[in-house]
Ligand binder design. Structure first.
Ligand code: FMN
Length: 308
């Protein structure tokens, strides 16, 4: 997830049992033309085993070359973004724009298939809009060009994040698929995760927004699946995770830049607890990690923290 699944967050999610954690999307063109920021996004964390890197782009040969660069830099698996509906991406012909250009999408897959050392997956939505459902077609193409799996967020690109992900539509398509299908969309509770995982046509689920301020969501699900338990972290583990997140971000981005990112996560960590609004206001005035840590501690020592 762009802006979310950086090395720090991937490390946290892995520590709570995520089997995979995909990188933020990286520009294929950026990699090929030596852009420094793209290179930085590509770098693996020690926990990235396997290291699954997502690329976005529109030109088959550029994507093929970028995939090779990523593999040389430590990627084990490449995902191609064919689902991002954000204007900045779509207007370059990448992301969900490819849902409207199946022939170009096929050429991208074909180019990757011609690089036998590059295992790859495809991430799609169901179509550009309600009328243009292309999921089955993309599944067939991905199978034909030997993608390892296809991941689908079953909304149209036009929906952005409105309405609901249509999992029934995804199950129907997955039942006919001859490659592994992974579903993504609106999973925010453990029972739903368990139900989707139990569907015989699905090979896995991917968590997105449900992990905001909740990297332990993976463990919640695994505890239910493996031990039948409704596990939740206690406030001590939550506080420890919040601090760990701050440390990881400081390492990844440096003191100043990390604060901008940390504040966003902190707001999610404390969402819904008594005193959250005042806490959020306060942390946006603080300019160093020590002051933030003190404020987190203050919040945790209040009786209200029992609700956290
Ligand atoms: C802030 C944000 C950034 C995202 N970035 C990416 C991305 O870079 N690549 C991608 O394939 N999907 C991206 N997605 C889509 C998610 O991976 C996921 O498929 C979608 O949000 C539905 O799952 P959810 O309801 O669990 O969030 C992003 C979503 C959000 C909200």
């Amino acid at each position: 997830m762009a802006g979310i699944s950086d090395r720090s967050f991937r490390r946290l999610c892995r520590s709570f049992g995520a089997d995979f954690a995909v990188s933020e999307m990286v520009s294929a063109k950026g990699l090929v033309y030596g852009d420094r920021k793209s290179r930085i996004l590509l770098a693996p964390d020690a926990s990235d085993k396997p290291h699954w890197v997502q690329l976005f782009g529109s030109e088959p040969e550029i994507i093929r070359e970028a995939a090779q660069i990523a593999m040389a830099a430590g990627a084990d698996l490449i995902d191609i973004n064919m689902g991002c509906p954000v204007r900045k991406v779509v207007k370059t012909g990448a992301g969900a724009a490819l849902l409207q250009e199946p022939q170009r999408a096929a050429k991208i897959m074909q180019a990757l298939d011609r690089s036998p050392t590059v295992p790859y997956t495809i991430k799609v939505r169901t179509g550009w809009d309600h009328e243009t459902f292309v999921l089955n077609n993309f599944i067939e193409m991905a199978a034909k060009f030997n993608a390892k799996a296809l991941i689908c967020h079953p909304r149209s690109a036009k929906m952005m994040f409105s309405g609901k992900a249509d999992w029934e539509q995804l199950f129907l398509a997955a039942e006919k698929a001859s490659l592994p299908i992974i579903g993504s969309g609106d999973i925010t509770d453990t029972e739903t995760a368990k139900n989707y995982l139990a569907h015989p046509a699905l090979s896995g689920i991917m968590l997105g927004r449900g992990t905001y301020g909740r990297p332990w969501f993976f463990r919640e699900i695994k505890e239910l699946l493996e031990n039948g338990k409704n596990w939740l972290p206690d406030s001590g583990l939550k506080r420890e995770t919040i601090f760990k997140h701050g440390e990881l971000l400081k390492e990844e981005y440096g003191e100043k830049h990390s604060l901008l990112i940390y504040r966003k996560h902190l707001a999610w960590y404390i969402k819904g607890i008594p005193g959250a609004a005042a806490f959020r206001k306060k942390i946006f005035t603080l300019t160093d990690h020590t002051a933030i840590a003190d404020t987190v501690n203050e919040l945790f020592h209040k009786p209200a923290i029992n609700h956290f």
